[in-house]
Design a protein around this ligand. Structure first.
Ligand code: AMP
Ligand code: ZN
Length: 458
């Protein structure tokens, strides 16, 4: 079977065939680095990290994920705080990589920074002007959407309808409301580069087109991102790149992840429900967050709640519980194959719910086995599956004793249990119940038995 992927352009699942045999190029739109990534931003990073791992089993993959370090939101952040732009972008690029690393996201092969590719962007814009797809107006360069027959094809929008329906105030220098900025002028306070059109800076869309061209070529195999990027960002990238490359397709497959909501509500600053990965990893192990993000199929919406996290933790407890206490030699690990059924599920448009079901099936088989040799082989397969999905990376014993970063440490739990027992000995039932509730809030269930109090993570 070939890998199957859902292509937004075709609107259906199709067999994946790379342009060059044995090699794949993939581009994922990366972060604009002026603040912390939220849990929604982590979804494309984790999902397409998994796709990269799936592709690497079969192909030589070159995966690029950019850093947008010139943008009006960054300029605004710098003006507000007084901190230089370079300091802001360097700090948040590092935070982004650290936070995604905590979720098991492997670094991409190439991480291009927009500000280091201004010359490539200028060359591409010049080409678009020469070919009649862009025009200069009042220090700006605009892409002429009317010059591109297929404009709207990716997002399934009809340009004529868009024009008829547009109510936005159109800048006087634009030929049509939908024409978008490739280059704009910068004043003395704004970052800028010399160009044939004066000192200025690039528009957002041209950044990705230029970086993809430079590192991956005119036509790339896979272009990925969140579904909100389909329009206008990817539609515009697609138009620019294809027009700059004599009509060659920009991406052979377009992949988009669905949106993440919080407690059935859209995440937004005004509602105050924005969950930052940076904060979450302080109290929840990265693997739990990763599994929670992978628990739904990537194209479906995903609702994030206390139950999403609790359920991911229970799933990992089951997986770690199965391999706990089983010695697996380095030879057994090296020889282990990921079960075919799990690979097939992942190669079927990244079907993570099915792949996880197969993972639990493997854990069940292992739990039932009493034969030490067989148990070692099965446990080695569990670790191989974990390596592929970016899970089971911790020591199982540490997992259960709470020494995994982000978990409440076991000595903290023991200390609370000791204080509860002291309160019980003093017949201070209210205090004892208070400690039990406190443990419950931390996700710890306690049980009193003849040998004392035992606890487990609930
Ligand atoms: P942005 O910084 O807004 O460009 O977003 C970075 C990436 O995160 C893009 O691929 C977005 O599509 C994606 N993204 C933003 N918000 C969400 C969300 N709530 N759920 C899933 N993906 C999101
Ligand atoms: Zn992009």
């Amino acid at each position: 079977m070939t890998i199957q992927l859902h292509d937004t352009l075709k609107g259906r699942k199709v067999p994946f065939e790379p342009l060059r045999e044995g090699e794949v190029t993939m581009y994922l739109c990366g972060p604009t680095v002026y603040n912390y990534a939220h849990i929604g931003n982590a979804r494309p990073a984790v999902v397409f990290d998994l796709l990269a791992r799936i592709l690497r089993r079969r192909y030589k993959l070159t995966f690029a994920r950019n850093i947008t370090d010139v943008d009006d939101k960054i300029i605004a952040a710098s003006q507000e705080s007084g901190e230089p732009i370079e300091a802001i972008t360097a700090r948040y690029a590092k935070v982004y990589n650290d936070d995604m690393g905590a979720l098991g996201v492997q670094p991409p092969d190439i991480e291009p920074y927009a500000t280091q590719h201004i010359d490539v962007m200028i060359a591409m814009i010049e080409k678009l002007i020469d070919e009649g797809h862009a025009y200069v107006a009042e220090g700006h360069v605009l892409f002429d959407v009317g010059s591109h027959e297929n404009y709207g094809e990716l997002s399934k929008r009809d340009l004529r309808e868009m024009i008829a329906g547009s109510r936005v105030e159109v800048a006087p220098y634009k030929k049509a409301a939908q024409d978008f900025v490739l280059w704009k002028p910068s004043d003395d306070e704004q970052p800028g580069w010399d160009s044939p059109w004066g000192r200025g800076r690039p528009g957002w869309h041209i950044e990705c087109s230029a970086m993809a061209e430079k590192h991956l070529g005119d036509t790339i195999d896979i272009h990925a991102g969140g579904q909100d990027l389909v329009f206008p960002h990817h539609e515009n990238e697609c138009a620019q790149s294809s027009c700059a490359h004599g009509g060659a397709p920009f991406a052979r497959y377009w992949l988009h992840n669905g949106f993440l909501s919080i407690d059935e509500t859209k995440m937004s600053k005004s509602l105050g429900n924005v969950l930052l990965v940076h904060d979450l990893v302080e109290s929840i192990p990265g693997e739990v967050i990763r599994l929670a993000l992978l628990s739904a199929h990537y194209r479906q919406p995903l609702d994030w709640s206390a139950e999403t996290i609790a359920s991911a933790r229970r799933m990992l407890d089951r997986l770690y519980g199965a391999v706990r206490g089983i010695e697996v030699s380095a030879e057994a690990r090296a020889a282990a194959e990921v079960p075919e059924s799990l690979v097939t599920a992942l190669e079927d448009d990244i079907n993570t719910p099915k792949a996880l079901a197969e993972f639990f099936e493997l854990a069940r088989t292992l739990n039932k086995s009493n034969d030490p040799a067989e148990m070692e082989v099965l446990a080695a397969q569990m670790y191989a599956a974990g390596d592929l999905m970016g899970l089971l990376g911790s020591d199982p014993e540490a997992w259960f004793t709470g020494e995994v970063k982000g978990d409440v440490a076991s000595d903290e739990i023991e200390a609370l249990i000791a204080r509860r027992n002291e309160a019980r000995a003093n017949k201070d039932w209210a205090a004892a119940d208070g400690f039990r509730d406190q443990l419950g809030d931390m996700g710890i269930t306690i049980e009193d038995g003849p040998d004392g109090t035992t606890w487990r993570r609930s």
